[in-house]
Design a protein around this ligand. Structure first.
Ligand code: COA
Ligand code: AMP
Length: 631
């Protein structure tokens, strides 16, 4: 049985057999008695009664098997002009030492640890050290500001926070430590202690009695062994944007995560142990969790930790230089990165300067891959360009081209087909499956496969409401799309207020909450408009309070600063307009989709339920002031 179709069918017909077989690739301290635990349906768990350790599977077992000298991590940082190689044996020593020091300070199984780090190997070491002792890590992306960090501190209630002293963005130092101090000040929950990884680019002042130096606190402590945990023990919490400003704490169960990620490395990415895998993303996102840290290491590959950008560090040849230097076999990134490279080097002149013979595939995810970008990459790189679709919630691809099983014909515009374990259906509003070619909500028939979220951290009700209630018996993905006659999926849009900016998932609702907090704002809306480089960009529409005498020119910079301070630079909130009113239906619902169409200069129908159609002209005029809205 070697075809995708056979394997896919078998995975749905007998999930128990399929996943127990996949589980054999993982080292268990106690093998699970079965794969699926459906006692609490529609809440499902996998491998719950097994005992396993994530760090053992990602690090120690490779050393045990005689591969201690193999490279585990290659750190390549054009922003600091540094390159460093770490073998599996060195990684084991470093992680065991860090884990031992955390344990000596009282961190143990089930305790939460927030990790707020730039793209340095120590970020992976912090994650693995938590996994080693059964602590639950929650990595917060460095582009989030103090308020967002504080929200996560209060939700995860960590015993410890591990942070870098600074991050480095082209042209500026990101002062992590002051952001951390401010976040702790803002939060109600206080961690017992913080561990600060001091970087030479900026040494932070430590708060006596609370902050410990990364190396100093490891001095004199015993290295920790791996602590086996139950298969359903959370490996981590990763916060992601939902409809409101309160992020969702996606839970990742240890057993399923190990089994599924290992399986994807061969089935989807066609990777073998010892080969070099590079996910050019950030450890703060799910791509970074799964494919910078865990999957390549679990599979015994070498992972590249790249602290740089696709362009400007120093030029549009940066990615090709890394591929040549480290003999990268597979590159995984967001389409935005390629749009940035294509914009700077449309003819692909930089590509010819490097030896890319090691590269066998480019994988894109995180946002819609536009056909122009895919074709450009295919033409210039001359390797398969594989779009695949997934979410923080799932942790790995729902739809992809299974290159390691059977490369399927690529259809540009589609992330190909459902992966084994995912029974993907397109549903109408009433929850009935629709025929091929018909647009609908994309849902996955329960249970989801192993490694996907079993629930949200401390928010089971929200989990049910957000994902399970709309279509009983299904997981609602929040994406809309269709499937064609050959079973290829097409992802068209989100069905909620989530937007995707440069592959970063953001909540327009969260930005609206920030704008609404400004004392002069009566009402507001934020929508995602089309952007050539970043896919989407947020644009704000604000109405003033009665009596507030403010001009657009002086108000908008204040709003931009407010969003940057509260959410962070990653929100890329740079544009807003002042309007008298917002377009609404007669029942008061803001017509965001129509506003997006106007901003994009696309055709639109005047909604039959609109309160006053004249407002749409005002919206267009306002948008034209900032360069949107067509001619
Ligand atoms: N820490 C602090 N700030 C960060 C940050 C981090 N880790 N990452 C990004 N930022 C800041 C940027 O400096 C920028 O700030 P600015 O407004 O002062 O310029 C802001 O957040 C917006 O960042 P971004 O949207 O990434 O835009 P950019 O102009 O800096 O870079 C690209 C554009 C295309 C080069 C960049 O988005 C990129 O490399 N994208 C790849 C996509 C990716 O990795 N996606 C992850 C999911 S797979
Ligand atoms: P995140 O949780 O940040 O990974 O974002 C997940 C969302 O990004 C999905 O729900 C989609 O809306 C979008 N997305 C991810 N990958 C793709 C893809 N290949 N094509 C289209 N949209 C995608």
């Amino acid at each position: 049985m070697t075809t995708y179709a056979d394997i896919y069918k078998a995975s749905l017909a007998d999930p128990e057999a399929f996943w127990m077989k996949a589980a054999a690739a993982i080292d268990w301290e106690r093998r699970p008695s079965k794969a699926l635990f459906a006692e609490n349906a529609p809440l499902y768990e996998w491998f719950s009664d097994g005992r396993v350790n994530g760090c053992w599977n990602a690090v120690d077992r490779h050393v045990e098997a005689g591969h201690g000298d193999r490279l585990a991590i290659i750190y390549d940082s054009p922003v600091t002009h540094t390159k460093r190689e770490i073998t599996y044996r060195e990684l084991q020593t470093r992680v065991a030492a860090l884990a031992g020091a955390l344990r000596a300070k009282g961190v143990g199984k089930g305790d939460r640890v927030i990790v707020y780090m730039p793209m340095v190997p120590e970020a992976l070491e912090a994650m693995l050290a938590c996994a080693r002792i059964g602590a639950i890590h929650s990595v917060v992306f460095g582009g989030f500001a103090a308020h967002e960090l504080a929200v996560r501190i209060d939700d995860a209630t960590p015993k410890a926070i591990i942070a870098g002293s600074c991050g480095i963005e082209p042209g500026r130092i990101v002062h992590y430590k002051p952001l951390l101090d401010e976040a702790i000040e803002l939060a109600e929950h206080a961690p017992d202690f913080c561990v600060i990884f001091q970087r030479e680019q900026e040494t932070a002042a430590l708060t006596p009695g609370r902050d410990l130096d990364w190396y100093g606190f490891q001095h004199g402590t015993e290295p920790a062994d791996c602590v086996p945990v139950e298969g359903n023990h959370p490996a981590y919490i990763l916060y992601t944007s939902g409809t409101t400003g309160q992020p969702k704490g996606v839970l990742r169960p240890t057993g399923g995560h190990l089994v599924a990620l290992d399986w994807t490395m061969s089935a989807i990415y066609d990777m073998a142990p010892g080969e070099v895998f590079w996910a050019a993303s950030d450890v703060g996102w799910v791509v970074g969790h799964s494919y910078i840290c865990y999957a390549p290491l679990i599979h015994g590959c070498t992972t590249v930790v790249y602290e740089g950008k696709p362009v400007g560090t120093p030029d549009a040849g940066a990615f090709w230089r890394v591929i040549e230097d480290h003999r990268v076999k597979v590159l995984f990134t967001a389409p935005t990165a390629f749009r940035a490279i294509k914009r700077d080097d449309p003819a692909g002149a930089e590509i010819g300067k490097y030896d890319l013979s090691s590269l066998k595939g480019l994988y894109l995810a995180g946002e819609r891959a536009d056909p122009d970008t895919i074709r450009w990459a295919e033409t210039h790189l001359n390797v398969p360009v594989i779009d695949h679709w997934w979410q923080t919630e799932t942790g790995y691809a729902i739809a992809a081209n299974p290159m390691g099983i059977e490369p399927l014909p690529v259809k540009i515009g589609s992330p190909s087909v459902a992966m084994p374990g995912y029974d993907v259906q397109i549903l109408d509003e009433g929850g009935h499956p629709v025929p091929p070619g018909t647009l609908g909500a994309i849902a996955v028939k329960l249970p989801l496969p192993p490694g996907t979220l079993p629930s949200l951290w401390n928010a089971e009700d929200r989990f049910r409401k957000s994902y399970l209630d709309q279509f009983p018996g299904y997981y609602e993905t929040g994406d809309a799309g269709y499937v064609d006659e050959d079973g290829y999926l097409y992802i068209m849009a989100r069905t909620d207020d989530v937007i995707n900016v440069a592959g970063h998932r953001l909540s327009t609702g969260g930005m609206e909450e920030v704008l609404a907090g400004h004392p002069d704002i009566a009402e507001c809306a934020v929508v995602g408009v089309t952007d050539e480089l970043k896919g989407q960009l947020p644009v704000g529409f604000v109405c003033l309070n009665n009596g507030a005498d403010r001009s657009e020119d002086d108000l908008v910079p204040e709003l931009v600063t407010l969003v940057r301070q509260q959410i962070g630079p990653v929100a890329a909130f740079k544009h807003a307009v002042l309007v008298d009113r917002l377009p609404k239906t007669r029942s008061g619902k803001i017509l965001r989709a129509t506003m997006v169409k106007i901003a994009d200069g696309a055709e639109y129908k005047i909604p039959a339920t609109i309160d006053d159609p004249a407002i749409l002209d005002e919206i267009r005029t306002a948008l034209q002031r900032i360069g949107y809205g067509g001619d």
